[in-house]
Design a protein around this ligand. Structure first.
Ligand SMILES: C[S@@+](CC[C@H](N)C(=O)[O-])C[C@H]1O[C@@H](n2cnc3c(N)ncnc32)[C@H](O)[C@@H]1O
Length: 485
């Protein structure tokens, strides 16, 4: 591990071990908002392509080209490339992978999920490095994978059985003599708490990758850094001033959820109890109030706006503002109606028909408005779904109205610098501009740029496009202003 420590030292970082967290990454100089703290290429990665996904992604850069004009590997038929540059960069690994995959029986091909493919690639890449066909460096070697936490003694019996079955499948595909099935199962457990979902600039998931140095970074629900991706490269950017000697922290989960929901997610997938400054408030009045607003029920009285807590006899919920009791049966009735509608919304007839999806989600929205606080996370998710479908149907005016409805939620639950509100302002700005409200568009796009230049940098095609749009909107706004005079 000395090699890694000196690799990190050059980047003004250091590896430390904290008793309650294990390995941790510390800054050895001050980092400022927007600065890249560390970037890493994946040890291995796979795009989210499955046999059923209609749109395939390039194995090299994860792009989807319109009309799906990716070229497919003629031998194995499983790898896709956007051009020769990506095909060449992937060739050494894919040559081995192709040998393994092209001889696979039909029924085994069906079981090639992205995580099985990721595991195959892990072993193939290790072989390439062992055979010195590709070089190993301080930041790119299999020892770093070996050092990842696996939590084998903490996972459930069910998970253990699943990993063992998956390990058997990998073994039967590779057919390498002397391969250690227990080690493969352990590596699946490592994937579960160390691999990262690769997202595009708009935070849509596009693949999965293992970045063993970035995996040293621990979690906080109030992080000082953010993990973003440029193609398959991972970059950690500071979102706050990080003084020298401070631990670099990212968030592993959606931080808008209540403390209990966040803690449950962290415990289930990452097997630890978070004690970050937000989680330390669990049980305190502020935290109870916050959770009740996010996930609880609202007061029946429109004037009150208070939040409810379960009564001591368990028969209902009482408003903490005006004391009014809301009947448990009424809440149950609305909740059941929402559940049934949500089931309808996930049926193919609705997922393939945006108009039908909008109509179902609007009924859910109406019921949720009766039940939840206006800033509830459930209501926000429903409005997001309506917004997405409206955008697909190019119903811009209504889409803008829904986008604006979600903004107060984003402002309330996320820190000032977070990619999600930045992206929401961007959507708002694009819609306003499209609808001719240039002045408002300039305001929204400026807010988007102020946030996203910190989280995303300014050099990606996505950011260049946003900066150009802002420039054009500003020019148009000043032209409109001068022609009014
Ligand atoms: C991606 S790894 C992070 C690096 C890890 N500490 C190590 O030693 O390799 C994720 C694991 O780190 C630990 N971890 C991460 N954040 C933590 C936190 N805030 N508190 C306690 N443990 C944490 C948990 O064991 C979790 O499963």
């Amino acid at each position: 591990m000395e090699d890694l420590q000196s690799g990190l030292q050059n980047r003004k970082l250091s590896l430390s071990t904290l008793p309650e967290k294990g390995r941790s990454l510390l800054a050895t100089r001050d980092f400022y908002p927007g600065e890249v703290i560390i970037s890493q290429e994946p040890y291995v990665c796979v795009p989210n392509n499955s046999s059923v996904s209609p749109q395939k992604r390039c194995d090299g850069c994860f792009t989807t080209i319109n009309n799906n004009v990716l070229s497919r590997c003629s031998r194995c038929q499983l790898a896709f490339y956007c051009g020769t540059a990506c095909q060449r960069s992937e060739w050494k690994l894919h040559r081995l992978e192709c040998e393994v995959l092209s001889s696979l029986h039909k029924y085994k091909r069906k079981s090639l999920t992205p995580s099985i493919r990721l595991m195959l690639r892990l072993y193939l890449r290790r072989k390439l490095q062992n055979d010195k066909i590709i070089p190993s460096t301080a930041m790119d070697n299999y020892n770093l994978v070996e050092a990842l936490v696996a939590h084998m003694s903490d996972i459930t019996e069910e998970q253990l059985v699943l990993y063992a079955q998956m390990a058997n499948l990998v073994n039967s595909i590779l057919e390498w003599p002397g391969i250690n099935i227990k080690e493969i199962a352990e590596n699946f457990s490592k994937f579960a708490c160390n691999a990262h979902t690769i997202c595009d600039s708009e935070l849509r998931p596009v693949g999965t990758g293992l970045y063993p140095v970035i995996s040293i970074i621990n979690h906080s629900c109030l992080p000082n850094s953010v993990l973003v991706f440029e193609g398959s490269s991972a970059l950690v950017r500071a979102v706050q001033h990080i003084p020298s000697g401070t631990e670099v922290l990212i968030s592993y989960i959606e931080t808008a959820e209540s403390t209990m929901t966040r803690q449950k997610a962290l415990k289930e997938q990452y097997l630890f109890t978070c004690t970050c400054p937000r989680c330390s408030k669990v049980g305190q009045y502020d935290d109870i109030q916050e959770s009740a607003i996010l996930e609880g029920y609202k007061c029946k009285s429109e004037k009150c706006g208070g939040f409810l807590l379960r009564t001591t006899d368990g028969k209902g919920f009482q408003c903490q503002g005006c004391g009014l009791i809301r009947d448990k049966e009424e809440i149950k009735r609305i909740t059941t109606e929402i559940k049934l509608l949500s089931e309808d919304a996930s049926k193919p007839s609705a997922t393939c028909n945006y108009q039908e999806a909008i109509s179902i989600y609007k009924r859910i929205e109406k019921l949720q408005t009766e039940l939840f606080h206006p800033l509830s996370i459930n209501l926000m998710h429903t409005r997001e779904k309506i917004l997405k479908s409206l955008m697909e149907l190019e119903h811009w005016t209504e889409a803008l109205a829904y986008c604006k409805l979600t903004i107060p939620f984003y402002q309330r639950v996320y820190p000032a610098v977070h990619p999600l509100p930045g992206l929401q302002y961007y959507t708002c700005g694009k819609l306003e501009w499209y609808l001719g409200d240039t002045e408002e568009a300039v305001k929204s796009l400026t807010k988007a740029v102020d946030i996203l230049r910190i989280t995303h940098g300014t050099n990606t095609p996505f950011m260049k496009d946003l900066l150009m749009k802002l420039e054009e909107a500003r020019t148009e706004a000043s032209y409109k202003f001068s022609s009014k005079e």
